[in-house]
Write a protein that binds this ligand. Structure first.
Ligand SMILES: [Zn+2]
Length: 312
């Protein structure tokens, strides 16, 4: 190649590089200004804009982080399951066809956050509210919820405790002239078109975790298991149908998620609701080892914040 040709080809490379830089700059600034103007107009920009789908469960879209708590059309056909990030605690919201169910409301200090999340999503009444069992990290924020929304049916186990947290919940219920419904194993009810079944509940003042109301939900061929803090004794008390999405029992503690139970449920997705650097060491390593063998996709609220599953 002579000098002239070499210069020509160098010039071509330089001009191509300049063009690419210009395209990138235009794309970046262009995108930013569109985003800015949408935000300025208060437009919803996140819904369905991102997320991840799971092989074999193509009907599901999984979104994570604060942006998944945003306004929705609550009458939509889609099922939405929110696992709120409430630190070392549980709070789950299910929405379909204008109906909703809240399972637990985090610790006492999480009440306002849970109420704000529900309002932000656009819900002003809850068809079902479940206090899985009378521990603070599950019923702590329920009094705020009861005081803030109209509630249809309120489920809790029969076992009572003497804590102020528990009294606050019972007082809030009674101030609203509502009653506590104690469901029994096998009871079925619908949240929109999602069919729910009570799988476990006990009256057990010696072990409050064992009282946990466990609910299995099915919608369009995909199933979900909400376990509260149910323990191995509950897991071994019955058989379990295969279920696609498992809420890890008791924040991933070794006292739950027995191998026998996991073999039966065989989940594709596991959501662990726990707090960063929590005092209990949840989730325990031996539980994570058992999960590893399942080849399930794992979502931890301590690592990624809120988790939202959207199902067509
Ligand atoms: Zn708990």
């Amino acid at each position: 190649m002579n000098n002239n040709n070499e210069n020509k080809s160098t010039n071509k490379v330089i001009s191509a590089a300049i063009s690419i830089v210009i395209i990138i700059v235009v794309a970046l600034f262009g995108k930013e200004s569109v985003l800015d103007s949408l935000l300025a107009q208060g437009k919803e920009i996140y819904t369905s804009s991102k997320g991840e789908s799971i092989q074999g469960l193509e009907n599901l879209l999984i979104q994570t982080g604060k942006e998944c708590i945003s306004p929705i059309n609550i009458n939509e056909d889609k099922l939405r399951v929110y696992y709120f990030d409430v630190g070392q605690a549980d709070s789950i919201l299910i929405v379909n066809k204008g109906q909703s169910m809240l399972i637990d409301a985090g610790n006492n200090g999480d009440g306002n956050l849970v109420v704000d999340n529900i309002k932000k999503i656009g819900i002003d009444n809850l068809t079902y509210v479940v206090g899985t069992h009378p521990h603070e990290d599950h019923i702590g924020g329920l009094d705020n919820v009861i005081n803030s929304f109209d509630i249809g049916t309120f489920f809790m186990p029969r076992t009572m405790t003497t804590t102020k947290t528990y009294e606050d919940v019972v007082n809030a219920i009674s101030n609203k002239n509502k009653k506590i419904t104690v469901p029994k194993v096998g009871d079925k009810f619908n949240v929109g078109n999602a069919v729910c079944e009570i799988m476990s509940i006990e009256d057990n003042s010696k072990n409050l975790n064992a009282c946990s109301i466990v609910i299995r939900m099915e919608y369009n061929g995909v199933s979900y298991l909400f376990t509260g803090d149910a323990e191995k004794e509950n897991e071994s008390a019955r058989s379990w149908p295969e279920t696609d999405v498992l809420k890890a029992g008791h924040h991933g503690s070794r006292t739950s998620s027995s191998q026998e139970f996991l073999n039966q449920v065989n989940p594709s997705i596991i959501v662990i609701s726990c707090g960063k650097d929590n005092d209990y060491g949840h989730p325990h390593q031996e539980t994570l080892n058992r999960y590893d063998k399942l080849n399930a996709k794992i979502y931890r609220t301590d690592e990624i914040g809120d988790v939202l599953i959207i199902q067509k």
